[in-house]
Design a protein around this ligand. Sequence first.
Ligand code: GLA
Length: 521
Amino acid sequence: MNTSLFRTRALWLMSALPFLIFLVSAGSLAQNGTPSFISTPLTGNWAVKIPKPDGTFQWAYFNLKQDGEKIAGSIRVTQFYYKIKESTGGPDNFTIVGSMRDGSSDRTVKYEGKLVGDELHMSTRRRPEDKPTELIAKRAPDGEGAMPALLPLPPLHKVTYNGLAKTPPMGWNSWNKFKGAVDDKVVREVADAMVTSGMRDAGYIYVNIDDTWEGARDAQGNITSNKKFPDMKALADYVHSKGLKLGIYSSPGPNTCAGYEGSYGHEEQDARTFASWGIDYLKYDWCGARNLYADEEMPAVYQKMGDALLAAKRPIVYSLCQYGRLDVWKWGPDVGGNLWRTTGDISDRWDSMTRIGFSQNDLAQYASSGHWNDPDMLEVGNGGMTDAEYKTHMSLWAILAAPLLAGNDIRDMSSDTKEILLNREVIAVNQDKGGKQGKRILQSGDQEIWVRELAGNDLAIGLFNRGSASADITVRWADLGVKGKVKKLRDLWEKRDVKVDSADHKFAVSSHGVVFLRLAR
Ligand code: GLA
């Protein structure tokens, strides 16, 4: 080869080298700016959009930073924000474990997956025994799905009482039975059945739509309902035309518990929307706010919506749902709450119902007219307990002055379920004008006696047998403040007067059953 030509070419190549290196590396920059020649193909923001049958979507985001064998970053699944705390493997086969603090416990998720082309193919299971859910995440712009900016909270002040719920609210709520399957048709049919079954006339007035009604926000930021609820105002008109009231549900977080749109940053606007639709009751559920705020900030967060509801100038019962954290009974009334959940979710099982119901004793002092402890909605008629157990449930909720929100399918009730929900004398105990919550006065093994003082010096007395065999419970009238003879004693489930002519009386109580009495002193 001609040496001068060789020298010229070599010189050209040398001078062009830095530029060529730049071209090669720029061409292979990963989306977040990390050059791929150090092989971090998992690094980036990945999103998966999961369609739901009601026309809405759920999003999950994986904000990953791969550093050799390690994957760091965060995972957001609707309202849950996890930090990745463990990882193994790489693009061909990785596992990431995310963890988040939830009140006093930790919540974790685990994904296994691999990079296929420019997609992340992953699978996850809620519990080890579940079938895996498969998902395919695609690259998303940086910042999409990130935790929203924290908005300032108002200083605390006392929200004026709205004058509602003078006795514990009564009605129906969609969640226990229908979960995500509630829609306009169900609500209308339930409203019809509330009338025909006699529920309305017995006092069950509120028809409450729980989570999963929410659609996207429009261009002005107004919340809309999803396609299960084509016209919320028309639905409210219909429910009102039946002499009933309509309730709805939201969260102070960006998302609700079921991952739908929440009221975060739109509190006043949503309160106005609810009022314009004709909503009469709001259940406001913490779930989606837990990653944004500390529990200590709950009062300010709930006060914000309390103020917003008052400003919307429609009487709307305000139901706080934050599972009894931060001793909500101590500040619930101050933020405008008419009722507040005192525990986690109930389920249609004896152990769940009794764990909740029999643990309410220390909260009695916090209930008063307009302000109620809420041990969660009724499960009566949902099939997971016996009728004796449902009578225990109903009697206990009556003694506890708890909201009576039926959680079953009102369109299809057995006569036994009707008899339990529609027992007027039991309802009268629940709705007693005195507004006092009852207390346990005796516990002996599996047997408990609970007493509620009623207006006019009457007592409601629940003799409960939590044991697995029937048992006798003896009541001494003097212990209940009876001087001399008992004036009148009524068995509220047997619907008959009980004759008493001695200083005490022995009652046989079936396993998991109750004898529920009203005593005139
Ligand atoms: C939480 C509440 C339930 C119900 C669901 C809806 O779990 O405690 O009562 O509202 O959210 O997602």
